[in-house]
Design a protein around this ligand. Structure first.
Ligand SMILES: C[S@@+](CC[C@H](N)C(=O)[O-])C[C@H]1O[C@@H](n2cnc3c(N)ncnc32)[C@H](O)[C@@H]1O
Length: 332
């Protein structure tokens, strides 16, 4: 691809994003029923307009999602990820990241560069992103399912961390644990562990209880469960700026026993060099939506030290997620 084509591709990235979103939103991947089909058949099975359907499928084929053979289309190996049946289905992530709310929030990026006003405020007049759950209740389900889907990949990453061992813990709280996917996997892996799923009421109300799991609704800016052996935070601190992170960490410190451990799972640490890393893109998303950030190793050390913690280990995985393990710097 030459430079002109490459920049044109970047500039029209939102076209591709909406093509993939539309394919998933109308459940077209499943409509193939694992066989080749014509656009007419897919249109009939999904209730979309036949001509529009043909034109969408034709445009998706060169992206590697479909194969076109005269009037027959079939899913490629890549396209299979856009079916709900695939064990690593990406449909929930597509519905969140290319859906109405996130697309609208990203249109604010250029204004944000000057104003630093978070996009939820500018676009939806909300104090923070999570207010969307009440203002646009359907978004809660889309968000929580996508988090569950991210968690499935990330659970595999966490399970791959040979240095991470929670077998010494009897109790653990997953702060902001959403629908509880991570906690459920940890409870399965550690049969003696008891866990608290802590999140906003609107989120955990939907979660079915599991053996050894207690649900607790609350606000981690006010208080968190006391005397737990472990405090797990996956994709929580990247949501907030340093001052708000210090508030959450302060509440955890206050609730901890001297021997308790803190586990922070995030994309990164952000490399200080120019190597590609997912954390660099997510950093922009967190900046725009919450004034949050992904952090480099030195930023983690600094933040945790200011909150009275010391980093004891960085557990790396085969993917972009790492777990930072920390304990109280001065246990009393
Ligand atoms: C980015 S999501 C991460 C969810 C989950 N830990 C994961 O990795 O899939 C952030 C979570 O924090 C929760 N949350 C946001 N503000 C909160 C607050 N003040 N108190 C408790 N939970 C909160 C949200 O409801 C959401 O489930």
């Amino acid at each position: 691809m030459n430079s002109v084509e490459q920049i044109a591709q970047y500039a029209t990235g939102h076209w591709v994003s909406q093509m993939v979103f539309t394919f998933v939103k109308h459940n077209m991947g499943d409509a193939f029923q694992q066989q080749a089909a014509t656009a007419t058949q897919i249109a009939e099975r999904t209730g979309v307009n036949e001509d529009n359907c043909f034109r969408l499928l034709r445009a998706l084929a060169p992206l590697g999602i479909l194969k076109q053979d005269n009037d027959q289309f079939s899913l490629t190996e890549l396209g299979d990820f856009l079916t709900t049946k695939h064990p690593m289905s990406l449909t929930d992530k597509v519905l969140l990241e290319a859906g109405y709310e996130h697309v609208l929030l990203w249109t604010h990026l250029s204004d944000y560069m000057v104003s630093s006003t978070p996009a939820p405020k500018a676009i939806f007049d909300l104090d923070n992103y999570f207010g969307l759950f009440e203002k646009r209740p359907k978004h809660l389900d889309v968000f929580a399912k996508a988090m569950g889907s991210y968690s499935q990949d990330e659970i595999a990453m966490i399970e791959s961390m040979s240095s991470l061992d929670l077998s010494e813990l009897d109790t653990l709280v997953d702060l902001g644990g959403a629908y509880g996917d991570l906690l459920a996997s940890l409870l399965q892996r550690y049969p003696n562990l008891e866990g608290i799923l802590f999140d906003q009421a609107a989120v955990i109300d939907n979660v079915l209880p599991l053996d050894r799991m207690t649900k607790q609704a609350g606000n981690f800016f006010e208080q968190v469960p006391e005397n737990q052996d472990g405090y797990f935070l996956k994709h929580i601190l990247h949501d907030w700026d340093d001052a708000l992170c210090l508030k959450i960490l302060g509440n955890i410190k206050h609730a901890m026993k001297p021997t308790s451990k803190l586990y922070i799972a995030e994309f990164g640490p952000v490399p200080e060099t120019d190597e590609p890393h997912l954390s660099k893109m997510f950093d922009l998303h967190m900046m725009l939506t919450l004034n949050g950030k992904e952090r480099s190793l030195s930023q983690w050390h600094e933040l945790l030290a200011s909150a009275g913690f010391k980093v004891t280990m960085i557990h790396e995985s085969f993917g972009p997620l790492s777990v930072i393990e920390a304990c109280l710097a001065d246990p009393v």
